[in-house]
Design a protein around this ligand. Structure first.
Ligand code: 4NP
Length: 159
């Protein structure tokens, strides 16, 4: 399975999701490839936000090597599942992908826990450290749900 997380800047939310799911997948012996990207180009090449790095580090997850990249339509071919961290990002992806948009592949991240409730992971960019702890907890639950809901898919594929 190849899974991509997408937010706006690829420095706050989706880098946390990338680090958390990579760690959980490893713990579950899943050979998953995990990436993240932003719809915007402004932070391309940057490390994750220092608060995102801090909350991950406090949970023994090192995301310091990750670098921001911009989402491209080619990612549709590269990944099996693409998770939008929020509904505004989902709408941007819909526009960017145009006729190639595939709603089976591009999903709202929190639909894994709260299907059809159109919930978003709050953008912590304008806030302080406490917002990043909240975001981390929500992302952790969502990633645990991805493992629970999708780990059988790889098993089926490899049989
Ligand atoms: P992210 O947060 O989408 O979770 O990475 C943001 C980071 C930067 C900006 C907005 C959101 N920005 O406007 O630069």
């Amino acid at each position: 399975m190849k899974i991509l997380f997408v937010c706006l800047g690829n420095i706050c939310r989706s880098p946390i999701a990338e680090g958390v799911l990579r760690t959980l997948a490893k713990q579950h012996h899943l050979q998953w490839q995990i990436g993240s990207a932003g719809t915007e180009s402004i932070h391309v090449g940057e490390q994750p936000h220092h608060y995102s790095q801090q909350v991950c580090k406090e949970n023994s997850i090192d995301i310091s090597h990750q670098r921001a990249a911009q989402f491209s339509k080619d990612d549709l071919d590269r990944y099996d599942l693409i998770y939008s961290m929020s509904s505004d990002v989902y709408d941007i992806l819909k526009k960017t992908c145009g006729a190639s948009f595939d709603e089976n592949k591009i999903r709202l991240f929190l639909d894994e826990i709260y299907p059809s409730e159109n919930r978003s992971v709050k953008d912590p960019w304008y806030g302080e450290l406490d917002g990043y702890y909240e975001v981390y907890d929500e992302i952790r639950k969502g990633c645990e749900a991805i493992i629970a809901n999708h780990s059988g898919e790889e098993n089926n594929k490899s049989r």
